[in-house]
Design a protein around this ligand. Structure first.
Ligand code: NAI
Length: 299
């Protein structure tokens, strides 16, 4: 099994909001990155956004934190888009960031277990799904681990590492020091629904939806209340839009099913928005509309 400094080739599966940022971080840290998505349009969008983001960071002089290899254009060249799981056979570490659905993720872990080399570490960026259950889809549960980045990965300082029931100490140590090589701080969670951050964050977001749904206040006042009243950098409804309302709903369902407490039952308004395709900023419409300019908030 590769130690952190030996992790040279990283496979990233899912080139959406999270996978594109994770690919960018690994490339900027000097790794060869193989980026895979079922949707070729997602890959094109990812390459464009990674290039723009790296150029912005380089212009601000902020790429140097990752070391000398990180000249912007070199980092971009280290990312290769691929179209099949077979293309990941030589990866030392694979990080999966596909849709938050346990059955779909398990099927992917079965394929990864068959295709990747015996020493490869298989990581999931899941927000809430059990690492132990994902690991049980493989014949190498000691080499499966949760590596939970935050959105957007190049900016957010944290990686939450989740140990499955069988994750080995060596794999934990390698992934911890690899995370530090990416410039992140690390926290470690045991494998319980929602881990640490989403166990605490998602009930707050859900409560904000209940406040909106039951007419306690407008969305703007709910968000301003939490920003100015509790010193959060953004309100819970805006944050939900940034995370993706589909992701928030999936996590709440995992908390509800896994912890068996009705306090985690998703607010009907959140369910309705997702049913209507209002998935948040990534779709231009969630609680707020982002149709004109991605950074502007419009009621
Ligand atoms: P997204 O919807 O932006 O991207 C998901 C990508 O995965 C899409 O491009 C889709 O085409 C691709 N995909 C889906 N199934 C696939 C498959 N079987 N094989 C290959 N590609 C596939 O989603 P996002 O927000 O990037 O989330 C991805 C994962 O990261 C989820 O597990 C989510 O819970 C987790 N996560 C999300 C965070 C957020 O703030 N959005 C934060 C931390 C974790």
């Amino acid at each position: 099994m590769a130690t952190a400094s030996e992790i040279a080739a990283v496979g990233v599966i899912g080139a959406g909001q999270m996978g594109s940022g994770i690919a960018q971080l690994a490339a900027a840290a000097g790794c060869a990155v193989l980026l895979l998505d079922a949707d070729s349009a997602a890959l094109s969008r990812a390459v464009a956004s990674i290039s723009a983001s790296l150029r912005r960071l380089a212009a601000k002089g902020q790429l140097s934190q990752f070391g000398p290899q990180t000249a912007c254009e070199d980092s971009i060249k280290r990312i290769r888009c691929v179209s099949t799981v077979q293309d990941l056979r030589d990866a030392d570490l694979v990080i999966e960031a596909i849709v938050e659905n346990e059955d779909v993720k398990k099927q992917l872990f079965v394929e990864l277990d068959e295709i990747t080399k015996a020493s490869a570490i298989l990581a999931s960026n899941t927000s809430s799904i059990s690492i132990t259950r994902l690991a049980s889809a493989t014949k190498r549960p000691s080499q499966v681990i949760g590596m939970h980045f935050f959105n957007p990965p190049p900016i957010m300082k944290l990686i939450e590492i989740i140990r499955g029931a069988d994750t080995s100490d060596e794999v934990f140590a390698a992934v911890k020091s690899f995370s530090e090589r990416l410039g992140k701080s690390v926290i470690c969670s045991q494998d319980y629904p929602g881990f640490i951050v989403n166990r605490i964050l998602m009930p707050m977001i859900n409560e904000a939806f209940w406040a909106l749904y039951t007419g306690v206040a407008t969305k703007e006042d709910i968000d301003t209340g939490m920003k100015l009243g509790t010193n959060h950098p953004m309100g819970p409804l805006q944050l939900a839009d940034f995370i993706g309302l589909d992701v928030c709903l999936s996590v709440l369902r995992v908390l509800h099913n896994g912890l068996g407490d009705n306090k985690y039952s998703p607010c009907p308004l959140l369910v309705q928005y997702v049913d209507a395709g209002r998935l948040g900023k990534k779709r231009g419409l969630g609680v707020y509309s982002y149709a004109q300019k991605s950074s502007s908030l419009k009621p």
